[in-house]
Design a binder for this molecule. Sequence first.
Ligand code: GDP
Length: 531
Amino acid sequence: MLDNRPQLPPEIARRRTFAIIAHPDAGKTTLTEKFLLFGGAIQMAGQVRAKGEARRTRSDFMKMEQDRGISVSASAMSFDFGPYRFNLVDTPGHSDFSEDTYRTLTAVDAAIMVIDGAKGVESQTRKLFEVCRLRDLPILTFCNKMDREARDTFEIIDEIQENLAIDVVPASWPIGSGRDFIGTYDLLNDRLELMDRADRNRVAESVKIEGLDDPALGRHIPADALAKLRDEIEMARELLPAFDRKSFLEGHMTPIWFGSAINSFGVKELMQGIGEYGPQPQPQSAAERQIAPEEDRVAGFVFKVQANMDPKHRDRVAFVRLASGHFERGMKLLHVRSKKPMAVSNPVLFLAADRELAEEAWAGDIIGIPNHGQLRIGDALTEGEALRFTGIPSFAPELLQTVRAGDPMKAKHLEKALMQFAEEGAAKVFRPMIGSGFIVGVVGALQFDVLASRIEQEYGLPVRFEPSQFTSARWLSGPKDAVEKFAATNKQHMASDNDGDLVYLTRLQWDIDRVQRDQPELKLTATKEMM
Ligand code: GDP
């Protein structure tokens, strides 16, 4: 994947843009925090979020989303680690699956999969992994919570191999387990890493070792644990494949590190791994051609829109993944969808909790562009070329509900809130041609609760979601006359979306089939192209 590509300019070559995928509670937040700590972006662990030790429940999540302080500004974080610039893009943290997650993964070149050493591969891990696989994203695995009773190392590796059909190569090997866990043997660098249980923010002591026969090992590891380590590694070398960077970059093999995020253990080795083996910014696909990162001209695409980052200003920030070139603040870029130039004068880079003005950015970086709603998900920004990036998927809304404001006088407010969420891509919003109210379409049921909670929080508007008489939505297109005629004779089934495009609502697949059969000139589609 990398081998036959031209050498990248050093500023681009040092960038690593990735996301963390994990089942809730596996330790994604803790790991993120330690990344930022070692990346010098925060001074003290615990700054990212003060969630407490409570298990995350549904209401915890709602509360978290409501005080949107950090979960929002942490959408994309940049920090340096050694010679590398890391761009960590946050995947939405809740357990319900949303389009947001898919889109986020279109903006990265690699993913870190965090699993809990006691629980192994969990349902959400698997789902997220499948999304990564669709894009052949290289995956690095971090097996967390090794300070607690964990499963047998071979069992964990087997489970990943079998469940996810990917080769697993140990980059480190745990020594002891649970209370007797003392550290890992770093197989890539022949080093012994010893965990310090006393100080959670201290980095492990690292002992250089000349292979597994080095007598120095005996000074740090109890005899029985050492014998076990030697046996296991011998067996691992026999049974498991050797690390093959090409296979890793193609998404067929994942290196696994064992550690404990909360004890800052194994985290630096993992970061080192991303830097050394992780992919450089990769080419991005557009309908017209591939965009290579080293191209001189700037091109990028919006993969996420976040509104209300600052409740006092109703601003929006569009997150743009730069696909190519060297961006400088103040540049005029072409907004391809509207064919209008756009001066990008106040782009932001997200350094942990702070927003900073981005003076420059390179291919691979994520910049935030404040705007008043012009920038939509999927939009391209270029130095003149009319590109259409193709990676951003659009999903069919699978669940429909009617939403009403608690106070009928507030319908206008509700409309405004809904339009905003539609632009963010958080939901599809349909206004029926006949009758009042709005119909909201989402992919996962929890999204209704999240929306209700956000509308109340951000707009001070209590709302009710109720079952809709419709269960399916189809965008209608075709020759203008035919579309208009169809809409006029099916008014009770017609609605318009937030762009004013026509949508056919029904509860019967039979209706949809009939339209397609009787009026082949009309097209009914379950998703709307972003462009
Ligand atoms: P997330 O839901 O994936 O973001 O997980 P969190 O980072 O919030 O962690 C979930 C829980 O596991 C929290 O209570 C953490 O303190 C705890 N935790 C995280 N890492 C470790 C670890 O290495 N060892 C132990 N014992 N607990 C951990």
